[in-house]
Design a protein around this ligand. Structure first.
Ligand SMILES: [Zn+2]
Ligand SMILES: [Zn+2]
Length: 341
């Protein structure tokens, strides 16, 4: 992003005060979330357990994905603090859109870490918006290749919208995210899952994403969080989706336009998954160019962020059939008529 001129060339992450000028996207340094911030969402006993495991400096929070080490608590609390800062910048009107690459820890649950996620910064930021800014309706749009199970479980009984597009076959981590999971009690209908088959490529994904946008639009949120995990890209070996950078451009542009249409531009984007660093860098730059309306200004340098056409994966017939079937069900369940009021 520095090479593209989106952030200042002399950006020094140790001295963020030096970089805020009008010509560049301002950069803010995250702070550590407090115990009170974490307790707005997590079990106090679990927070103490994370502190204790940090002090011990060994073992795993879950079976084998999320290790404990000395300093892990601070790292996890910083990830939350960045998303809280983003929520405050948007809530106070200082910024319309904020991107926090280290956030998006969507697998973290009330009293449990999972899949590299210790504290759920997304839901903690939602609580900040509700408590400090009075937002009643918040939507989470989660495009990470894995189901946003922690976010969904924390909001399952509340009329707060979670929409997750992810690879699903009943076994793939975290194993949840079927069409049947739709929320409970006051939350019934507000958990929306778009489970996609392995090898889904751009066209079906974009159809699914358009449905997700329609659901958010019907909900009319006060603010929107986009979990922008890019591990669905075809180069990423953690997930079996076959998406190209065209999808991540589309998501960036459409989520940006959606936020302006429905919630005065209030949009926090958090990073989430993405395990192929070169791809992640290109996708994040595509996101930032779109959020700051600089795609045209960047011209060929923006175009160069996209995958070379020769490398694009071929569509998979079986995946197309399965995805189309799922989309028909989603249209029936959530679009005509939609039960969100
Ligand atoms: Zn993921
Ligand atoms: Zn904008």
């Amino acid at each position: 992003m520095r090479e593209l001129g989106l952030i200042a060339p002399d950006f020094d992450s140790t001295n963020p005060e030096s970089i805020s000028t009008e010509d560049f996207i301002p950069v803010f340094r995250p702070y550590e979330a407090t115990l009170e911030d974490l307790a707005t969402v997590h079990d106090p006993a679990y927070i103490q357990k994370v502190l204790a495991m940090d002090a011990a400096g060994e073992g795993y929070f879950d079976r084998a994905d999320t290790p404990a080490w000395k300093g892990v608590f601070r790292r996890a609390a910083m990830a939350v603090g960045g998303t809280l800062l983003a929520a405050d910048l948007v809530g106070s009107g200082q910024a319309q859109h904020v991107f926090h690459p280290a956030g998006g820890l969507h697998h973290a649950k009330y009293d449990k870490a999972s899949g590299f996620c210790i504290f759920n910064d997304i839901v903690i930021a939602i609580r900040r918006w509700q408590q400090k800014y009075g937002y009643q309706r918040v939507a989470v749009l989660d495009v990470d290749g894995h189901h946003g199970d922690g976010t969904q479980s924390l909001l399952y009984n509340e009329p707060l919208l979670t929409v997750s597009l992810h690879m699903y076959d009943g076994r793939f981590f975290p194993g949840t995210g079927s069409l049947e999971e739709r929320g409970e009690e006051a939350g019934l209908g507000y958990a929306v899952n778009l489970p996609l088959p392995r090898f889904t490529s751009d066209q079906e994904y974009l159809e699914a994403f358009d449905l997700a946008v329609r659901v958010v639009e019907q909900y009319q949120p006060d603010a929107l969080i986009l979990q922008f995990g890019v591990d669905g890209h075809f180069s990423d070996r953690m997930v079996g989706l076959k998406l190209s950078t065209q999808v991540y451009e589309y998501i960036s542009a459409q989520a940006h336009a959606l936020a302006h249409r429905v919630c005065q531009g209030r949009l926090v984007v958090v990073g989430g998954g993405g395990y192929e660093p070169e791809t992640v860098a290109r996708c994040w730059a595509i996101l930032m160019a779109n959020l700051s309306n600089q795609t045209a200004t960047l011209g060929p340098r923006y175009e160069a962020l996209h995958d070379p056409i020769a490398e694009l994966p071929l569509p998979n017939e079986k995946a197309i059939q399965e995805a189309q079937e799922m989309l028909r069900s989603v249209r029936k369940l959530f679009i005509k008529p939609h039960n969100l009021t």
